[in-house]
Design a protein around this ligand. Sequence first.
Ligand SMILES: Cc1cc2nc3c(=O)[nH]c(=O)nc-3n(C[C@H](O)[C@H](O)[C@H](O)COP(=O)(O)OP(=O)(O)OC[C@H]3O[C@@H](n4cnc5c(N)ncnc54)[C@H](O)[C@@H]3O)c2cc1C
Ligand SMILES: *[C@@H]1O[C@H](CO)[C@@H](O)[C@H](O)[C@H]1NC(C)=O
Ligand SMILES: *[C@@H]1O[C@H](CO)[C@@H](O)[C@H](O)[C@H]1NC(C)=O
Ligand SMILES: *[C@@H]1O[C@H](CO)[C@@H](O)[C@H](O)[C@H]1NC(C)=O
Ligand SMILES: *[C@@H]1O[C@H](CO)[C@@H](O)[C@H](O)[C@H]1NC(C)=O
Ligand SMILES: *[C@@H]1O[C@H](CO)[C@@H](O)[C@H](O)[C@H]1NC(C)=O
Ligand SMILES: *[C@@H]1O[C@H](CO)[C@@H](O)[C@H](O)[C@H]1NC(C)=O
Length: 496
Amino acid sequence: MRVASIVLPLAGLASAAASYSKPVSSGCNALKGPVGNSLFFIDSLVYQYETNNFWSNTELMSPGCVFRPQSSSQLAEGMTALVDAEAKFAVRGGGHMGIRGSNNIDNGVLVVMSNLTTLELNEDKSVLSLGPAYRWGEVYEYLAAYDLSVPGGRLGPVGVPGLLLAGGVNFYGNQVGFACNSVINYEVVLANGTVVHASKTSNPDLFWALKGGSSNFGIVTRFDIETIKSPMVWAGAHTVEAQYVDQFLAAIAQYASNISDPKSHIVPALVPGVSTLASAILFYDSDTVSYPDILKPFTDIPSVSSTVGFKTVAEFAAELGAMVVSDINDVFVAGTVKGTTYEELHQGISIINTTFFNELPKLYNQIPSANISTIQLDWQPIGAEWIQASNARGGNALGLDSTKVYLCYAEVVEWIGSAYDDVVAKWVEDTTYAINNATQKAGLYDAFNYMGDAAGFQSIFPGYGATNQQRLIKIAEKYDPERVFQTLMPGGFKVY
Ligand SMILES: Cc1cc2nc3c(=O)[nH]c(=O)nc-3n(C[C@H](O)[C@H](O)[C@H](O)COP(=O)(O)OP(=O)(O)OC[C@H]3O[C@@H](n4cnc5c(N)ncnc54)[C@H](O)[C@@H]3O)c2cc1C
Ligand SMILES: *[C@@H]1O[C@H](CO)[C@@H](O)[C@H](O)[C@H]1NC(C)=O
Ligand SMILES: *[C@@H]1O[C@H](CO)[C@@H](O)[C@H](O)[C@H]1NC(C)=O
Ligand SMILES: *[C@@H]1O[C@H](CO)[C@@H](O)[C@H](O)[C@H]1NC(C)=O
Ligand SMILES: *[C@@H]1O[C@H](CO)[C@@H](O)[C@H](O)[C@H]1NC(C)=O
Ligand SMILES: *[C@@H]1O[C@H](CO)[C@@H](O)[C@H](O)[C@H]1NC(C)=O
Ligand SMILES: *[C@@H]1O[C@H](CO)[C@@H](O)[C@H](O)[C@H]1NC(C)=O
C-alpha cells in the first residue's frame, strides 16, 4: 500500500479555487459547480495523497483532478455532470488492481471512494453495511470486537470494493462460497445519476451481475454483507525447503481432490530464489482444533518457519499484509486448470510448475537479482463445497461447474525500477501462454481467469461462459444504455 510520499511545499490545504488558472480536463471543469467542495487539484495535499494511494507503482498516473464524494448522492450529482460533459473518468477503491489504467487515468477525473465510510452492524449483528472506502484489515478489526468476521481479502491492505466485484476468494470459501455471495444488498449509483438498491427482490438481475461483473453497471457505494461468527481461527504460514517441493505439490493435489472439511482453506505457493521455498497459508475456522487432519499433508512436512497458531482473522490478515512491500512494481497473472481426480490435479500442478521454472532463466537474464523483490507461483483450489455454497446463496456470474475442481494459479512478479516494466510484461505474457498451451495439450486447461489475479493482457468474461457473458451484456444494456461504463470509464475489465 502506498501512502503519500510526495508532499508539495504548500501552506495548508489548497482549495479547488486555487487552480482555476491551470488547464484542466473538461470533466474537472464540469464538476466544479456541482461538487466543487469535493474536488481536488494538483496543488492540494488531497490530490497528492490520493494519486499516490495505489498498490503498485505501475498504476501511478496524472489525473486532471480527484473527485472524492462525501455521499452516494454527491457521487450521483457528479456522475450526471460527467456524463453531460462526456468526460472521461476512473474509479478507485483500495487501488489493488495492479493494471495500469484500470483504476486511474491521465488528465481525466479520478473518482476515489475514500469518504464513503459506512461501517455499521444491524441490530442482530448478522449483516454489516460496508462502504467502499475500506481495506479488509480495517473491516476485520472492527468486527473482531464482536467475535465476528466476513468473507473478504486474506491480506489486510486489499480494498473492499474491487474484491467483492471480482468474486472474492476468502478464508471461508468452502463454507460460504465467494465473498460476493454473502452480499445481500448493494447500493449503486447508475450512469444516469440515480441511486438504486440491488438485492434478491430489488433489481435482482443487477444483484446477480455485480457478483463477478465488476464495474460495468454502476458504482457501488455500499455493500450489505452477512457476518460469520468466528472468534479465533487456527492459521499461519507453513514454510518448507526446496527438498520438499515435490511432496508439497503432492499435498496440494491431495487437498484439492478431497476438500472434505469445509472449515479449511489453503494458499500454497512456490517462491523461487537462490533456493526455492514452498510456503502454504493454512487456515482452519476453529478456536479449539489445531493441526486438523485435512491440513496434515502440509503440516507433516518439516518446516523452516511456521506461524501457525490461534489468532483472530484481524491478526492473521495483518500478519499476511505485512508481507506486502510498498512503493515497488507488481504484476499478477491468472490461469486455471481443472480436473476431478488426484492424478489430473497433480498433473496440472506439475505442468504449471515445470513450465514456470523452465521460463525463469529468461527473466533472470534480463533483470539483476537486486531488482527482483519477489517471484511467486500459487494455487487456489475451488471445489464442489465452495461452488455449491455460492449457488446456495443465489450464485454469481463466474460460471464455475460444481462437478469440477478448479485450481486457479497465479503468477506474481514484484520488481524495483520501472526500467524493467516491459521486460516483466513480456515475460509474464510468454510464460502464461506457455503454461496454458501445455495444460491445454494435456486436456486440463480452463478459460476461467480469476479477475482479482488477472493481468491487463488477459480476458475475463469469455471464461465465465457464453451464456453468462451474454446475460451480463443484457444487464449492462439495461442499466447503462449509453455505455457510460464502457466508454467514458476506460479502465477495468469490460463485459462488451
Ligand atoms: C496483495 C494482494 C492480495 C490480494 N488478495 C486477494 C484475496 O485474498 N482474495 C481475492 O479475491 N482477491 C485478492 N486480491 C485481488 C483483489 O481482489 C483485486 O486486486 C481487487 O481489485 C482489489 O480491490 P480494490 O478495491 O483494492 O481495487 P481497485 O483497484 O480500487 O478497483 C478494482 C476495479 O474495480 C473498480 N471499482 C473500484 N471500486 C468500485 C466501486 N465502488 N464500484 C464499481 N467499481 C469499482 C475499479 O474501477 C477497478 O476497475 C489481492 C490483490 C493483491 C494486490
Ligand atoms: C476523507 O478521506 C480521507 C482519506 O482517508 C480522510 O483523511 C478524511 O478525513 C476524510 N474526510 C471526510 C470528511 O470524511
Ligand atoms: C477424503 O478425506 C476423508 C477425510 O480425511 C477420508 O476419510 C476419505 O477417505 C478421503 N477420500 C479419498 C477419496 O481420498
Ligand atoms: C517442479 O519444478 C522443479 C523445478 O524445475 C522440479 O525440480 C520439480 O521436480 C517439479 N515438480 C513437479 C511435481 O513437477
Ligand atoms: C535496481 O534496484 C536498485 C535498488 O535495489 C535501484 O536503486 C535501481 O534504480 C534499480 N535499477 C533500475 C534500472 O531501476
Ligand atoms: C497458446 O500460445 C499462443 C501464443 O504463443 C497464444 O496466442 C494462445 O492464446 C495460447 N493458448 C492459450 C490457451 O493460452
Ligand atoms: C435511470 O436508469 C434506470 C435504469 O436504466 C432507469 O430505471 C431509471 O428510470 C433512469 N432514471 C432516470 C431519471 O432517467
